[in-house]
Ligand binder design. Structure first.
Ligand code: ZN
Length: 164
């Protein structure tokens, strides 16, 4: 039987260093993907909720979690992907939203959104803060983001979509 030596807080601290594979300026913890850590006598279980179902980054995150903990001598580790409740942009910290903006991605406007966001909401340019922006494509570099263009500074930028 394994006697777990690390505390839940230590595991959270270790995993806080893991960046989101798609947006390396924010961590998986800041994004709200790191949901929970269970420490039992049998080992460690890490609960991860993907930002989007089918996000190609999930395999990378799982591997990063396992590698980070292995290096720290934490074992055995089980990574569980939980899809219910679904990830929402509510779980993203304000720090994460600010980091997104600095990175050039407009952070999500709402937590629970709908298609109306494309029709009625003004997505602010993360560079010059102009509200004069236009949607170019609902899908940017990944399904999680939409591609916009700013009519003021003429720069394209990505908007991190809400979950729907
Ligand atoms: Zn702009």
């Amino acid at each position: 039987m394994v006697k777990s030596k690390h505390t839940r807080e230590q595991i959270f601290d270790l995993l806080s260093a893991i960046p989101d594979p798609e947006i390396p300026v924010v961590s998986i913890r800041e994004m709200g993907m790191l949901r929970d850590v269970f420490v039992t006598d049998q080992g460690y279980e890490i609960i991860i909720t993907p930002t989007y179902t089918g996000c190609p980054a999930m395999g990378i995150i799982e591997a990063d979690v396992k590698m980070t903990l292995e290096i720290a001598g934490v074992k055995p580790v089980k990574v569980s992907l939980v899809y219910d409740p679904a990830w929402t942009t509510d779980w993203m910290s304000d720090v994460a939203k600010e980091k997104l903006r600095k990175y050039g991605i407009a952070p999500p406007l709402h937590s629970s959104c709908n298609q109306d966001v494309f029709a009625h909401n003004i997505i602010q340019c993360p560079r010059c803060h102009s509200g004069d922006t236009v949607l170019l494509s609902r899908f940017g570099s990944t399904a999680c983001k939409s591609l916009y263009k700013c009519n003021d500074c003429k720069e394209p930028f990505e908007y991190f979509k809400c979950h729907f």
